[in-house]
Design a protein around this ligand. Structure first.
Ligand SMILES: CC(C)(COP(=O)(O)OP(=O)(O)OC[C@H]1O[C@@H](n2cnc3c(N)ncnc32)[C@H](O)[C@@H]1OP(=O)(O)O)[C@@H](O)C(=O)NCCC(=O)NCCS
Length: 177
């Protein structure tokens, strides 16, 4: 394991990205229990409750920070808004994933968080490239990824989605530092 320092965290123009904490659990449960959030992710089940949120936060302590880093996205007035993370995918690549609670959509926050997190990943975490995938029925995430510099690889994978209880086609993308 290598020492990865994510405190005091990443600052963007309007946001702070910091380590998730137990006080985030209620908001995580509220936001993730929205099927329109969960269905766009691979891992979030539906329905999603407070025990799921606590388990998610507890799991962070056991992750290898050389492979996997998770940030809570926080706004100074709005508080906790969502999650952005990098994880090692099945092919051993660093992949980005994120979600925001529905009240915070459409204000440019995902783009702002992802843009700065990628700078962090290249400068502080030593990543030369990062992969991403968005469900074919998720054009908003495709816009976010294009805006922060991802390019489509042309590959479409059928990947499992816990909330959909099945597979969904996912458009794969790559970002080069
Ligand atoms: C996807 C998500 C993170 C976007 O967050 P956000 O803060 O609203 O994103 P931004 O405001 O930074 O950018 C969204 C862009 O998508 C565009 N957009 C939104 N809905 C769209 C749609 N149906 N079709 C095309 N573009 C769309 C917006 O216009 C915006 O682009 P613009 O700034 O050029 O106008 C958020 O909707 C979310 O959490 N969804 C559920 C979970 C999820 O999809 N996670 C990603 C999995 S790959």
């Amino acid at each position: 394991m290598c020492a990865i320092e994510i405190e005091p965290g990443i600052r963007t123009q309007r946001l702070r990205l910091r380590r998730p904490r137990r006080a985030d659990a209620a908001r995580i449960a509220e936001y993730c229990n929205d099927f329109d959030v969960a269905k766009m992710t691979s891992q979030i089940p539906h329905p999603y409750g407070i025990a799921d949120a606590h388990a998610f936060i507890d799991r962070q302590d056991y992750k290898d920070p050389a492979r996997e880093v998770t940030f809570a996205i926080e706004h100074p007035e709005e508080g906790f808004m969502g999650i952005l993370g990098f994880f090692g995918n099945a092919e051993g690549r660093s992949e980005i994933g994120y979600w925001l609670g529905r009240p915070h959509w459409g204000k440019g926050y995902a783009t702002e968080a992802a843009d700065r997190a990628l700078v962090w990943a290249s400068r502080e975490w030593g990543r030369r490239y990062v992969v991403a995938g968005h469900a074919c029925d998720n054009p908003a995430s495709g816009e976010v990824l294009c805006k922060v510099g991802f390019l489509y690889t042309g590959e479409v994978k059928l990947l499992a989605s816990a909330a959909r209880k099945g597979e969904t086609p996912v458009r794969m993308m790559v970002w080069l530092a």
